[in-house]
Design a protein around this ligand. Sequence first.
Ligand SMILES: NC(=O)C1=CN([C@@H]2O[C@H](COP(=O)(O)OP(=O)(O)OC[C@H]3O[C@@H](n4cnc5c(N)ncnc54)[C@H](O)[C@@H]3O)[C@@H](O)[C@H]2O)C=CC1
Ligand SMILES: O=C(CO)COP(=O)(O)O
Ligand SMILES: [Zn+2]
Length: 351
Amino acid sequence: MSIKEHVISLPRRVFIGYNIIENISIYFSQLGLKFPYLIVTGEKFTKNIAKKIMENLPKDSSYEVVEISNATLDEVYKVEEIVKKINPKVLLGVGGGKVIDVAKYVSFRNNLEFISIPTAPSHDGITSPFASIKGLSRPVSVKAKEPLAIIADIEILSSAPRRLINAGIGDTIGKIIAVRDWKLAAKLRGEYYGDYTASLAIMSAKHAFQCTKIINKDIKYGTSMLMEALISSGVAMGMAGSTRPASGSEHLFAHAVELLHPEGVLHGELVGLGTIMMAYLHGLNWRKIRNRLKKIGFPVKAKKLGLPDEVVIKALTIAHTIRPERYTILGDRGLTWNSAEKVARITEIID
Ligand SMILES: NC(=O)C1=CN([C@@H]2O[C@H](COP(=O)(O)OP(=O)(O)OC[C@H]3O[C@@H](n4cnc5c(N)ncnc54)[C@H](O)[C@@H]3O)[C@@H](O)[C@H]2O)C=CC1
Ligand SMILES: O=C(CO)COP(=O)(O)O
Ligand SMILES: [Zn+2]
């Protein structure tokens, strides 16, 4: 009898706290990291944070920096050119979700250690061993390297623009739907359902929901709560060996919009909108989710994000085609144009 292998990829250490960037050389020595390092960062604001990191790297260590503008295959190849040149031992991803995904994907392809240094609590890719890279065959995430460590400086993360913080809440509350969809697939399709990882994902969503009650009053405490939720959702993915606990129909909607309207909207914002509409389809209390998000200033209307109504409706009708092997409330045939329009109007995503 053959035993099907199941591999769990988890980070070894999570450093979380205020102004902990200053301790980076201590952390690196605890982890026994060798240099040269390659720092992957963004072209704008995040490169200033990367500079602070450089100032605090272990003395006498050597490193290179590469700035990327997007999570595309071209940017992956650009980083790999530098990997070939300097032969780094460790890649540091310093930035938002796109930077982290490129660094973690390059680490995977080149078998290098990866350290995740998020600059915004905007997504749960901070811990997950998956990456979303444009230019691959599909818009959904693929296997990547799990971070050896995460360095989460709450001072930096809580100073990120509020829009990015809210997007992280959107990405995390989406797990309510992802787990419902997973349960449905288990019932209708006999798909394996991992109770433990599903519970972990639901706990992350509840935590993010709780966070909506705190974040307006105490941004620092709210951010640290959100970070716990984002990290544990990433752990759920690592344990499941798939993004199933963290990505269902609400993410399919987000991916569909990204295909139709690729610029200007954050991943977590789209997941938030998808969550409201899919909650309606699942017969959940979508109003409660919408109201909580609205209270924190989350854009609960497509037009606030510059999304035309037609894009929302079209995305709803094609979402089921994006990852057909992952059964969700959208079924095999998806929504008709008329029912999609009705869902979007009833939930007030479009007027
Ligand atoms: N691998 C995984 O499991 C997951 C991956 N993702 C991916 O992550 C990406 C979304 O990540 P986001 O961070 O929302 O988008 P992003 O990486 O595009 O960042 C949004 C913007 O915020 C800027 N930024 C970051 N930190 C900042 C700060 N402290 N101050 C000012 N500006 C800052 C970035 O430079 C960028 O311009 C998507 O590509 C999505 O597919 C999302 C969830 C899970
Ligand atoms: O965004 C993700 C989890 O929040 C990853 O989901 P996908 O596997 O659908 O890309
Ligand atoms: Zn997501």
